[in-house]
Design a protein around this ligand. Sequence first.
Ligand code: BGC
Length: 870
Amino acid sequence: MGIDVAAPRLSWVVEHSGSDVQTGSEVEILRDGGITRHLSDARSTSFLPWPAAPLRSRERAVVRVRSRLESGWADWSDPLPVEAGLLERSDWASDFVSPSLSAPADAARPAYLLRAAFAVRGTVRRARVYASAHGVYDLEVNGGGAGDDDLLSPGWSSYAHRLRYRTLDITGQLADGENVIGAWLADGWYRGRLGFNGGLWNIYGSDVALLCQLELEDDLGARVVPLTWTWAPAPIVSTGLYEGETHDQGLAHAGWSAPGFDDSAWQPTSTIALSGTPAVLEAPTGPAVRVVERLNPVAAERRPDGRVLLDFGQNISGKLEFTARATPGHQIVLRHAEVLEHGELSLRPLRTAQARDVYVFGSDDFETWTPRFTIHGFRYAEVEGWPVDQDPRTIEALVMHSDMSRTGRFSSSDELLDRFHENVVWSMRDNFVDLPTDCPQRDERLGWSGDIQVFAAAAAFLHDSTGVLQNWLRDLAAEQIEYGSVMNFHPWVACGFPSAPAAAWGDAAVIVPWVLYQRTGDTGIIQEQFGSMSAWIEQVYTLTHETGLWNEGFQLGDWLDPAAPPDRPDHSATDRYLVATAYLAHSARLVARAASALGDPAGEERYSGIADKARSAFRRQWVSPAGRVVSDTVTALSLAIAFELLEGAESATAGERLAALVAAGGYRIQTGFVGTPLVCDALASTGHMDDAYHLVLQRETPSWLWPVSMGATTVWERWDSLLPDGSVNPGEMTSFNHYALGAVVDFLHRRVAGLAPAAPGYSSVRFAPEPGGGLSRASAAHESSFGRYEITWVRDSESLAVEMTVPAAGEAVFVNPTDPERIERIGPGTHVIRVPFRAPEDDPRPERVWNIHNPDERRQMELEREGVGG
Ligand code: BGC
């Protein structure tokens, strides 16, 4: 509904379990009462170009498709309606209406109600609302909802460049006579406080305003309905994304959005001409933010002073909802936190985000409430004022995020590893709230580019995240032109963070679109982003004075290296310029490959040239003739190996050294944001898969599993966000919900379970399981655009059985783990291959590196040698 692509491409999945493949297809399009049919000989089921004339603004078509299989025609698909939105700016005949052109910038502001009555004559054949806002809004029609459950619309985009509108079909809600459309409107990201260091107000403007175009086809014909709006203060007396919301039901206007309501005391709105808005009006590319799950408390405790402490058992992004009865004026206060410290909510990690909601009862009947325009990151909540005679376990936590479909799964025989994977899935969900953010709780929730750069592959496997990421990439590209650089987060908020370009963060401009292309097969994404991808490389290349050696200026480096002091997360043991130059070589190579995929030989040559130069510069500066890498750290070696900066025997030398450093570190994490996502692949690709297992399955801190053993339900920002004694890390940055360090799950999918794309979009897959680590089972599944691929391997004392499923439109190879030279092609259907393999208990175990200078360790070592110790 309301797409703004005039020629939408078509993709479908052929659902059958046999080995019958598609040899062509037929698309049927019903529009304007006529039917057209279009035959294609394409074998692909993905991104078939729209075979008919482009859609016009508002045009609706109904599409169905059938595949021609080797055995004959498959059944027609279910018909899918598709409707264009307003494709031209000139389709907009409405202006913004505003109840507030400015407000003091010191505290969260109130929300507003806007109302417009209009007449319908006779039968409604078609009614559409096209809506957006400066701020966040919720629509009502004739006293009820407007037919959707989207929250925080229009979401956050770089509003100076892009403003998204929604199309709603309200045909069924209108009737002959008087009708009413109403809107709740508040600051949201547009005018509310955003950013750290106290944040900024009015970033995009000092007003809040609604843009709402109503189009109607009734007995008077088709027309844009002129609306006259009035406004009044909403019962939401203050609301902010960080601050939380206060709602006084005593101030509610009963029936305000229904016909017949007396709005004579309401104020007229001001008009802001749409023509003054430079932003492009766009339809959303991804799913809206919605309530996707409801959680009940797993524990509720009443404190002697009357406060109730709730534990929802899971760290989420969302809000609370309750139904309770009290007396008019009675207040319930809700506070939110991710963890407890000394039995109380730990609020310090939220920094200046108060995350405090207040509800004031309006009657002595049962009332149900959830805040409308705020969102919090929390597992625990404290409730003040909960009526003593009512059960607090009826309070629910509503999980809110972009409503993406789940596409990837992983499980294994190790429960802790599975819970870690689950934590990564949760951290992704909690941080995909319209845009990919760093964290959902404190005064940031910003689209940090480095975080999604490292996490993009995991995201693309776990959920259908293309729409969310494509939207974010458009903001990145638009602001890159505005500021002349990729910023460290997008949309950019100038709240004090350096705006200088930084490697690994700015490289999101290249890596995120590249990963999406690899994982979806959609060249449209690299096509759309190519200007942005190449501009980043050009910018950095200029910064290197065209030498390829990025050796000066601001860098975040291997951010949050555990060896860095808590207050200097950028002071990693790895040379920051080594990181920068490695990234230039890597990203330039990807841009060259993107150019090649787009059929642009000149671009391919240009960016291969820059990649070669950066690679040579890296090698001259940091690789010894024998293949040692300076600086001698896990991150430096991982980068050199993973980004293919080494030659010939150097990789083996670097791999040996990497394995030695990882072992010497006791298989505990020695890497930050840059090295952590790469180290396991770097070990595995140089023949040290067992060391990768020791690292992944490590339970002592710092490690991926240690937080899980401490009860984590999401991925922490720091390995020790919670210290071993259970207290909260005193550092400035102590989030319990950052997906970045969870990027390693992509390694679990590809190399542990063994399901890796072998061609863009998983048109073919490489099943190459590498069992180890004592695991007796692992499995992964992915719903690709070609259908569902699945692998499960199970080991007994002498063999490994691998079951693989390939969808009808797909193909795969199986790489024998005992002899990787033996590669078998496997086609659609389910296949089981059994190979002799060592028993899980015979897998190598990590060798403990003892510190013989420490008397305790020396004694423990002796005891273990005598077979007495643990
Ligand atoms: C964010 C990170 C981000 C980093 C970079 C932090 O405050 O939470 O995830 O990448 O800053 O400086």
